[in-house]
Write a protein that binds this ligand. Structure first.
Ligand code: ZN
Length: 225
């Protein structure tokens, strides 16, 4: 049975431990910026509820209502920050890179990626597949398993780590007006001239779907070259 947890309980955990991942260097990984079929902003697949929430967000903004209430539970979280994973047969050739990306998140946050093992009580898990493009669902959606695609041209540590960020529950959220609820931006670690990448925009901008994907996104921060 899928366990769905809304954002608040683990949000605290993320706020405490994810900020350390922001201290790396800007690293552009273009594959996830290329449009994958059926995605929002190139690489995010959304549930019906998430799409409806985004539409509600737009309506709320238009009518002057506090839009934060409309998307407060948009991203569902994993229990205790534990994200079991499976590497499907078709993705075995990318397993080294996948494991490097998993290790990156583990070394920079308190998120943990154990190999899926039903005997250890795991139910939900992410399943690495080789679909068209690089994409992920956002947060823990209750799909069993929940696919994450590392398609042709996507098997870079930075790209995989980026998609893992979505699977964990991150949007392209450095520009979301509510991002300070999730992360701490370490302004003193941002390269000179890059701070504009951490501007916040209201949902009416985010949801225009036309904001160019920004190389300054925290989702592109990596410790490697
Ligand atoms: Zn993305």
């Amino acid at each position: 049975m899928a366990e769905i947890h809304v954002i608040y309980p683990v949000c605290v955990l993320l706020a405490v431990c994810v900020h350390s991942a922001l201290a790396g260097v800007v690293h552009l990984e273009p594959p996830e910026e290329q449009e994958s079929p059926g995605t929002l902003e190139s690489d995010m697949k959304l549930t019906k509820e998430q799409r409806e929430a985004i539409e509600a967000d737009i309506s709320a903004q238009a009518s002057g209502v506090d839009a934060r209430k409309a998307h407060a539970d948009l991203a569902l979280r994993w229990t205790d920050g534990i994200v079991p994973y499976v590497i499907s047969a078709e993705s075995q050739g990318d397993s080294d890179k996948i494991k490097e990306a998993l290790a990156y998140w583990e070394s920079n946050t308190c998120i943990r990626f154990p190999e899926y093992d039903a005997n250890k009580g795991h139910t939900n898990r992410i399943n690495f597949i080789k679909d068209v493009g690089c994409w992920s669902w956002v947060g823990q959606t209750g799909r069993l398993p929940q696919d994450i695609s590392i398609g042709n041209g996507c098997a870079y540590r930075g790209t995989i780590a980026h998609e893992l960020g979505h699977a964990i529950g991150f949007w392209h959220e450095q520009s979301r007006e509510d991002r300070d609820n999730y992360v701490t931006i370490h302004w003193d670690n941002i390269q000179s001239g890059k701070s504009h990448n951490f501007n916040k925009y209201g949902p009416e901008t985010i949801n225009s779907y036309s904001v160019p994907y920004d190389i300054g996104s925290l989702m592109h921060y990596g410790a490697w070259v």
